[in-house]
Design a protein around this ligand. Structure first.
Ligand code: HEC
Length: 117
């Protein structure tokens, strides 16, 4: 009988330690998810450099230059949704998505704000 009790408490402890290991795995997983998701929220200047700067820094292919306020003021009259859609579908010289493979509408909006200043 005492053997049985010992066995039961032992396996109870085991279950707890398994649970702890499991909890450890879960929290490690959640932590890495948090790291990943904060890493994917790249800041706008970095995103700009990686995707749009090739053309919009130098004005290559006649792209409106970053910081050319007069030009961007005219462009922005089209309204932000139209500009975002323009980038997504591409324009005459601009490749669809502006070389940003995983930009979302919100990213484009921020990128356009950034390059128009
Ligand atoms: C390969 C060169 C290139 C890249 C990369 C590029 N663009 Fe452009 N972009 C252009 C050119 C050229 C124009 C001028 C319109 C045209 O001729 O297609 C333009 C125009 C624009 C306009 C004005 C559109 C309008 O309605 O007048 C916006 C907004 C814009 N780009 C945003 C972006 C954003 C945001 C990125 C990065 C995610 C980007 N572009 C990346 C070449 C580029």
């Amino acid at each position: 009988m005492s053997f049985l009790i010992q066995f039961l408490t032992q396996s109870l402890k085991d279950t707890r330690s398994i649970f702890n290991v499991f909890r450890g795995i879960i929290s490690a997983f959640l932590l890495s998810m948090a790291v990943i998701s904060s890493a994917s929220a790249v800041d706008v200047p970095t995103l700009y450099k990686a995707s749009c700067a090739v053309c919009h820094d130098s004005g290559a292919l006649n792209a409106p230059k970053k910081g050319d306020k007069t030009k961007w003021e005219t462009i922005k009259k089209k309204g932000m949704p139209a500009l975002v859609n323009g980038v997504k579908s591409g324009m005459m010289q601009m490749p669809a998505g502006g070389l940003c493979a995983d930009c979302k509408d919100e990213d484009y909006r921020q990128l356009i704000e950034y390059m128009s200043q």
